[in-house]
Ligand binder design. Structure first.
Ligand SMILES: [Zn+2]
Length: 162
């Protein structure tokens, strides 16, 4: 997949910082979002792994002590980190290509995702569309992944052939 969580990407960090709500959707209300935003932005800035960032988030909830509850918390924290950083990276790369393409309008994008039994039908349809103009929307209505929490898709780009 095209997303690397270990490479600092200034435009992804900027997007995460400025459009935090867009990055996390509305699925993570149980977290104390202001404090974990700082953890996440800092983790992304310094190229920390998503697992390390998730651990840091989990450490902020010492009051959750049950073994099952903590394992659930870790799962949610990991999903949170993957969702937020995935959105930030996809949006940042799309914006970069849109900016490059503003004059020539020759760039295309393609929705790429794992084609296994866990892939949702919306993402499959988007993948099946192949190459579309960078400023178009995919079949699901999204301009880019992620389509949902836990979405494992990303974008690739190319110059339109011919
Ligand atoms: Zn997906």
């Amino acid at each position: 997949m095209g997303i690397s969580f270990n490479l600092p990407n200034p435009s992804a960090v900027k997007y995460l910082d400025e459009q935090f709500d867009e990055c996390i959707g509305d699925e993570f209300e149980q977290f104390r979002l202001e404090s974990i935003k700082a953890i996440l932005v800092n983790g992304l800035k310094t190229g920390r792994s998503y697992a390390a960032v998730a651990s840091q988030i989990v450490a902020g909830y010492p009051e959750i002590t049950g073994r099952k509850e903590r394992s659930e918390l870790r799962k949610r924290a990991t999903l949170f980190v993957l969702t937020a950083t995935g959105n930030a990276y996809c949006e940042a790369s799309l914006q970069q290509v849109l900016n490059l393409d503003a004059a020539s309008r020759k760039m295309e994008k393609r929705w790429v995702g794992p084609e296994d039994h866990r892939a949702c039908s919306g993402c499959r349809f988007n993948c099946a569309q192949g190459w579309i103009p960078v400023d178009a929307r995919f079949a699901s209505g999204h301009r880019r992944p992620l389509a949902h929490g836990g979405c494992r898709c990303c974008l690739t780009f190319r110059r339109r052939p011919g």
